[in-house]
Design a protein around this ligand. Sequence first.
Ligand SMILES: Nc1ncnc2c1ncn2[C@@H]1O[C@H](COP(=O)(O)OP(=O)(O)OP(=O)(O)O)[C@@H](O)[C@H]1O
Ligand SMILES: Nc1nc(=O)c2ncn([C@H]3C[C@H](O)[C@@H](CO)O3)c2[nH]1
Length: 228
Amino acid sequence: MTVIVLSGPIGAGKSSLTSILSDYLGTKPFYESVDDNPVLPLFYADPKKYAFLLQVYFLNTRFHSIKAALTQNNNVLDRSIYEDALFFQMNADIGRATPEEVDTYYELLHNMMDELERMPKKEPDLLVHINVYYETMIKRIQKRGRPYEQLSYDATLEDYYKRLLEYYKPWYEKYDYSPKMEIDGDKYDFIASEKDRKIVLDQIVAKLKEVGKLPADWDKSTAIKLDA
Ligand SMILES: Nc1ncnc2c1ncn2[C@@H]1O[C@H](COP(=O)(O)OP(=O)(O)OP(=O)(O)O)[C@@H](O)[C@H]1O
Ligand SMILES: Nc1nc(=O)c2ncn([C@H]3C[C@H](O)[C@@H](CO)O3)c2[nH]1
């Protein structure tokens, strides 16, 4: 049973790579709740009012996803519960949560993490982190075109996105729930370029072999599925 979690800033390419990777490995994708998320547009319209509610919404959906992923066979998760506190802490640090909300959030998070400790499989097998510079992030956000994420919708989003990038570096360094690896999301266009997609998939396969989650002689052309 192999569980891969993806991480990275907004627009880094997590959903896209989740789809590519799960397709390639023949595993099940778990996507972040965005288009069906009723709180997300409310948050971007009034972040101070909705930061806590949005976080509880994401935390709840991420808890469901990680529990399902850790109990079923072979999954890829687009952003996981391990990234949740990064977002909440950043929003709290810029005054979007009361001390009571901060306390309640961390109590809830710790409760959920304790539950995961009791699962037969407790942690993912690999974290794949996509790095992007601010310029790439903005280009991708514009390309995808969600109205409420655009700088033209709210000019303060520039600070928010830059700050988010700063929170990711220490977060990645500290992350120790599983082996981890970084993908250069600035350099590789794994959407349009077949060559780049192959390079990125090869990097991930090499890491899965290194951590013993794929046999050393695994090859896509002859493989049926990931090692159970
Ligand atoms: N490596 C890449 N090269 C070129 N375009 C990319 C790349 N990765 C993603 N994109 C494009 O950037 C946009 C954002 O990608 P995607 O939705 O996968 O990001 P995400 O990390 O899941 O974002 P979010 O954090 O908001 O959920 C999409 O239009 C996608 O086609
Ligand atoms: N505040 C907040 N907390 C989260 O945990 C979180 N996770 C994702 N997002 C926002 C980023 C993209 O706009 C959009 C899709 O990733 O949702 C979040 N926002």
